[in-house]
Design a protein around this ligand. Structure first.
Ligand code: TYD
Length: 142
């Protein structure tokens, strides 16, 4: 994973690798590896070549994203700056706080993105239009 300056609240967390001669295992626990109570988990896989995903921010949802297999680039946009992070390690997670616009690009074949979230799915929590996102960021700064 590359390490540019990330938006506030975005953090790369290194997980303890519990490996032995048989292979590797990673356990993620609320309060230890994940800085919020996990209420939902989902995973994105089978993404077709050239397809990008995401293109939204959340009002309140906190998430953590892990490339458990393969890699993709995630663009993070706090309304002021945009940075792209490559997710390519199963032993690192990227925290994704509310009000960070994100887009996932350049999925490798077979990429599996695991996402942990602190709340159930709620479409009303999504901001799916970038102009609306910018208006909210600028409104909060005014
Ligand atoms: P979408 O938000 O478009 O995915 P992405 O941000 O990765 O591009 O979600 C795809 C569909 O799945 C959409 O119809 C909403 C639904 N969905 C759920 O039902 N539950 C969930 O937890 C998530 C993340 C999505």
């Amino acid at each position: 994973m590359t390490l540019p300056t990330l938006p506030a609240g975005c953090r790369i967390i290194d997980f303890a690798l519990r490996g032995d001669e048989r292979g590797s295992l990673i356990a993620l626990e609320t309060g230890k590896d994940v800085p919020f109570d996990i209420r939902r988990t989902y995973y994105i896989f089978g993404t077709l070549e050239g397809v990008s995903r995401g293109f939204h921010a959340h009002h309140r949802l906190q998430q953590m994203v892990v490339a458990v297999s393969g890699s993709c680039d995630i663009l993070l946009d706090d309304g002021k700056e945009q940075v792209t992070v490559t997710l390519d390690r199963p032993d690192q997670g990227l925290t994704l706080p509310p009000m960070v616009w994100h887009e996932m690009h350049d999925f490798s074949p077979g990429c599996v993105l695991l996402v942990l979230a602190d709340d159930l799915y709620d479409e009303a929590d999504y901001i799916r239009n970038h102009d609306d996102f910018m208006a909210l960021v600028e409104g909060a700064a005014a």
